[in-house]
Ligand binder design. Structure first.
Ligand code: NAD
Ligand code: MG
Length: 400
């Protein structure tokens, strides 16, 4: 029987790669539902091609526009109203697989709803895990939800781990499994060879022009600052329950090795492939089986050389902020994530300089007040909101 798939964030970059995998495996999966924010044209195209049972746009005007367009074309997809309909879909009895691919904090509640309902959650929305941490992993342990990492690095690490670790994400013991270290690789983004002095004047278009991957705007900027690697560091800590010495960040400009696991006997296992998200998406959709993804196989003779560079925190201050926040507290990582979302949006809107993203985040972390138990979601949501207000104030001060 076909597995029923819900894509949260279907109109985005990960959504498109997920649809590519579905297109390659029409017998194995049915698209049950899709959600988006504002891109009605993209959603309409998805409904025409895949006839999902349900669709929701988070933006009410876009939801109305989608409803009208579907009616005009006499398409069968039913449009559900209201943002809470997204979380309702994530819990629906019929759904087997939930692709969590909304960008940023907006993805937290629907993703958590899927986790609490015990679904198989294909986790692309790293911000949801970064901002809620143990709450997220504990909810999965309680409900029996299987979390499968989509982020290419975490997917690579997952693939290189023994089954005992794969089945106990969030609560696993790396040392007992003979793992000495996770080697978390990243390309270093478009400015890895720029003069550091030139970074204040780089434009949003230059920051979004990633050398190897094609992604949404927010994660592209995060890759340029390496805040993305910082968020991934926190994500890796949460998924694989690491101690400080068990993760190392390595810049690997070619993005062929997607991350590695080093064992106590000296073995290092790496997962390699084209920089195309359809590969990790196909892996999590079929796990523990394998399906085709539509991605070209690697041709080692055309690769040339693979290289590795240690990260320089003076070029990537956001990476340092994230690693420090990771070992400080959950509140600090929630604050870091929220402040970064505001700072990146301000940079994309031309309001602050590229190098000021780190300044905004640092100012918010400096001003962080302890608010109470960090094991309560309401406290973390409050931290998130306060950090956004503070980050907006810092942006305003910078703009003058
Ligand atoms: P994107 O901007 O291309 O797409 C985001 C999706 O979320 C869209 O469907 C959009 O409509 C939806 N969305 C945005 N705001 C929303 C809101 N307020 N409510 C409901 N839906 C909303 O982003 P992306 O690049 O596809 O990234 C999605 C997630 O996957 C991010 O968390 C990112 O960090 C992660 N990720 C992406 C890649 C990649 O290659 N693109 C790789 C690894 C991880
Ligand atoms: Mg990644």
């Amino acid at each position: 029987m076909s597995r029923q798939v819900l894509i949260l964030g279907a109109t985005g970059s990960i959504g498109a790669s997920t649809l590519k995998v579905l297109r390659n495996n029409p017998e194995a999966y049915d698209l049950y539902g899709v959600t988006g924010a504002r891109n009605v044209a993209a959603m309409l195209d998805i409904c025409r091609e895949f006839s999902p049972q349900y669709a929701v746009m988070a933006d009410p005007a876009s939801n109305m526009a989608l409803m009208d367009a579907l009616r005009n074309e006499q398409l069968s997809t039913e449009v559900l109203a209201g943002e809470q309909a997204i979380a309702e879909l994530a819990k629906a009895e019929a759904v087997d697989l939930v692709m969590a691919a909304i960008v940023g904090a907006a993805g937290l509640l629907p993703t958590l709803a899927a986790v609490e309902a015990g679904k198989t959650v294909l986790l692309a929305n790293k911000e949801a895990l970064v901002m809620s941490g143990a709450i997220f992993m504990d909810a999965a342990a309680r409900s029996g939800a299987q979390i499968l990492p989509v982020d290419s690095e975490h997917n690579a690490i997952f693939q290189c781990m023994p089954q005992a670790i794969q089945q106990a994400l969030g609560h696993c013991d790396l040392q007992q499994a003979g793992v000495s270290k996770i080697l978390l690789t990243g390309s270093g983004g478009p400015f890895r060879y720029h003069s550091i002095d030139a970074l204040p004047v780089v434009s949003p278009a230059e920051a979004c022009a990633h050398p190897n991957w094609s992604m949404g705007q927010k994660i592209s900027v995060d890759s340029a600052t390496m805040m993305n690697k910082g968020l991934e560091y926190i994500e890796a800590k949460r998924l694989f329950n690491t101690q400080p010495k068990q993760i190392e960040v390595i810049i690997h400009p070619q993005s062929i090795i997607h991350s590695m696991v080093q064992y106590c006997d000296g073995s290092v296992l790496a997962q390699m492939g084209q920089p195309d998200m359809a590969t990790p998406i196909a892996h999590v959709m079929a796990y523990p089986q394998r399906i085709t993804s539509g991605v070209e196989p690697l041709d080692f003779f055309s690769l040339g050389e693979l290289s590795f560079i240690p990260p320089d925190f003076s070029r990537y201050p956001c990476l340092k902020l994230a690693i420090d926040a990771c070992y400080d507290s959950q509140t600090a990582t929630t604050c870091l994530n929220a402040a970064n979302e505001i700072a990146v949006a301000a940079f994309l809107a031309g309001r602050i300089k590229f190098t000021q993203i780190a300044q905004v985040v640092a100012a918010c972390l400096d001003g962080l007040d302890y608010l109470g138990s960090e094991t309560e979601l309401s406290v973390l949501l409050e931290v998130d909101q306060r950090a956004r207000v503070q980050a907006s104030a810092v942006v305003k001060r910078i703009c003058g």
